[in-house]
Ligand binder design. Structure first.
Ligand code: NAD
Length: 370
């Protein structure tokens, strides 16, 4: 049996524990059926950690997250903790993890399952079969640059300041994630900035091009202004394979791309750090959605985004692409059968609970595995 693979599971709050329960059944299935053993440890992050320890994540949990191969998180937050000061809120636990693990590359796939193509705001032919990957720089740019703040000018007007700033290394390390991904996909990277009006955009374009010419000549590279990319995403999204962009443009473009696919309950994500000496990157996998307090505790949440986040862990951390394909195919199969949780419900489909969605996905997995 191959070496153990370690996962820290942080179910979190609201629907987090419900969707994670189903993901853990898939992890368990992999352990039993695919001759690979996952060493699972479970811990608290978010509101549940505030209740237990008075803080959204403990040093001990952060240390564990640094030591395992990957972290799988459900969702954090909820009305119970809404009135806490900003720096004590559940979300701080997640932000601290991202910061201390230095997770600078955020991967958001936008995949449109044919069975859900009618849930998109675009025409079926534009989105059916869509499979793009947005790589967003996550730890730099205008959200972190200084100087920043709001100041009062001598004439009494107020001025708000944020600074867009990127260094060579910050650009190169995220661009290299995009090139590596493209090599495993359809071999094309579109790099987006505003080099027409921003010096940081000029630097971004030059550094991405330089890295391409030095190390990734085999990958097709296209540069596109971010505003044009926003238009192209709704005009002809299938022209893209991997999009790489900065923190601000990535925030916007990844949400836009996500909505092309229908529902929040279907969207996984990964955040990756720098490779260590063995080439392994620190990694956090989580669904894009939040803790959905409006449906928490009702066994109504869609577990597919969390299960697909585990599939991303199989692909990007554990180097098990066949198993990742298997999980994605199983998700496609349950949707093709017409099974739907409330968030993706369509006329003529069968509405199922979180647990039944999990049961059906496991059955599909076993069937596909033969
Ligand atoms: P949300 O994503 O939790 O919910 C938005 C809507 O989508 C709700 O109607 C919800 O029922 C639905 N939804 C979301 N995920 C679903 C799923 N898997 N299945 C079925 N329906 C689903 O966003 P929100 O309502 O803005 O935030 C709720 C809480 O979650 C807040 O405390 C917020 O801070 C937190 N939040 C956490 C994260 C995270 O943990 N990464 C991300 C976003 C929001």
């Amino acid at each position: 049996m191959p070496a153990n693979k370690s996962l820290l599971v942080l179910p979190g709050d609201g629907i987090g524990p419900e969707v994670m329960r189903e993901a853990k059944r898939v992890i368990d299935w992999m352990g039993k059926k695919r001759a690979v053993r996952f060493e699972l440890e479970e811990d608290l992050c978010g509101g549940c950690a505030i209740d237990a320890h008075g803080m959204p994540i403990t040093d001990d949990t952060v240390k564990k997250a640094q030591q395992v191969d990957a972290v799988l998180l459900g969702a954090v937050g909820g009305p119970k903790w809404d009135n806490l000061p900003f720096d004590q809120k559940p979300e701080r636990g997640l932000l601290r993890l991202r910061k201390e693990m230095d997770l600078f590359a955020n991967l958001r796939p936008a995949v449109c399952f044919p069975a859900l193509a009618d849930a998109s705001s675009l025409k079926r032919e534009l989105v059916e079969g869509l499979d793009i990957m947005i790589v967003r720089e996550l730890t730099g740019g205008v959200y972190f640059g200084t100087p920043r703040g709001i100041e009062t000018l001598p004439d009494g007007q107020r001025r708000g300041i944020n600074t867009q700033v990127y260094t060579t290394n910050e650009i190169r390390r995220v661009a290299s994630v995009a090139f590596e991904l493209a090599r495993k996909r359809r071999n094309k990277v579109t790099s987006c900035e505003k080099a027409n009006v921003m010096e940081s955009g000029v630097l971004w374009r030059e550094e991405v091009q330089k890295l391409h010419d030095e190390q990734y000549k085999d990958v097709e590279l296209q540069h596109m202004y971010a505003d044009n990319a926003a238009m192209q995403l709704v005009r002809n999204p299938k022209q893209f394979d991997v999009i790489v962009t900065d923190n601000l443009f990535g925030d916007i473009l990844s949400d836009e791309a996500a909505m092309l696919t229908g529902s929040l309950g279907m969207l996984p994500s990964a955040s990756l750090g720098a490779p260590d000496a063995t080439g392994k990157r620190k990694a956090l996998y989580e669904p894009v959605h939040g803790s959905a307090p409006d449906i928490a505790g009702q066994n109504a949440a869609n577990p597919i985004a969390t299960i697909l986040s585990f599939a991303m862990a199989l692909r990007y951390t554990f180097d098990m692409p066949d198993e990742a394909d298997l999980v994605e195919k199983a998700a496609k199969e349950v949707l093709d059968k017409g099974l739907r949780t409330g968030d993706i419900m369509q006329k003529g489909a069968a509405k199922v609970s979180t647990t039944v969605m999990g049961d059906s996905l496991l059955m599909a997995l076993s069937k596909l595995a033969g």
